[in-house]
Write a protein that binds this ligand. Structure first.
Ligand code: C5J
Length: 233
């Protein structure tokens, strides 16, 4: 039996047995001072707003039996998987692999690479380590999803216009039906967040559909928090 989620540009019917929630890069390196996000000159506090709705959605999906998968952007300690182009775009002294307050910036196994405490994966949940912006690039995500029979993908996390957007586009090209709860996504740039979400649902849903945590939770039979569904789009 499908559940219908109110969304833009149109309601989406999800098959709960073929749905997964993919939480993108909710890492200390992006959300806390001293990490990769701040090293690029960003105000990381701007990402905090999406943490609470994201946590609520994760809990509701777990309760509904929907698998929750997590990604982390980061690189091998030897940096063999960092393109010189990606390195070149970092500020001198604050490059990927340089020492920072949370360990080496954007390196696997360092404190900054870990997922924030509030949204920490439960034991047994899949965590995908990705070297790029898209979660399908150079990972086994597609294999895992197809093996589990997933066709409908709810994608949230940070940042809206970078890793969430890249992953949404990759998923769309691979034939997944994509639903993005906008209030569970965050960006260092408010305008990019808004436009990023608008680009997903424009043109009849060219990459997918956009909704809210509450709309998904309600559709799956959980309790909303009483916010207007339009809030946070
Ligand atoms: C960025 C990401 N913004 N997770 N990564 O570099 O969006």
């Amino acid at each position: 039996m499908s559940v219908t989620v109110d969304a833009q540009p149109a309601p989406v019917a999800l098959d709960p047995a073929a749905t997964a929630l993919l939480v993108i890069d909710m890492q200390r390196d992006f959300l806390e001072p001293g990490g990769f996000g701040e090293s690029l000159g960003n105000d990381v506090s701007l990402l905090r707003a999406c943490v609470e709705p994201c946590g609520r959605l994760m809990q509701a999906m777990r309760a509904a039996g929907v698998p929750v998968l997590h990604t982390r952007e980061g690189h091998r300690p030897g940096l063999e998987d960092v393109h010189p182009e990606k390195q070149a775009r970092c500020a001198p002294g604050r490059k990927i692999g340089d020492a920072g307050p949370m360990g080496r910036i954007l390196v696997r196994g360092e404190a900054g690479h870990d997922i924030i405490e509030e949204l920490y994966p439960l034991p047994g949940e899949v965590v995908i380590d990705k070297p790029g912006k898209g979660a399908f690039f150079a990972t086994d995500l597609d294999l895992l999803l197809r093996s589990a029979g997933v066709r409908d993908l709810i994608v949230c996390g940070v940042t809206t216009e970078v890793c969430v957007h890249t992953t949404v586009r990759e998923a769309n090209d691979r034939g997944y039906r994509v639903l993005v709860p906008g209030d569970c996504c965050g960006s260092y740039f408010e305008e990019f967040h808004k436009v990023g979400l608008a680009m997903i649902s424009a043109q009849g849903g060219i990459f997918g559909a956009v909704t809210t945590a509450d709309a998904i939770i309600e559709a799956f039979g959980g309790k909303r928090d009483g916010h207007d569904d339009k809030e946070g789009f």
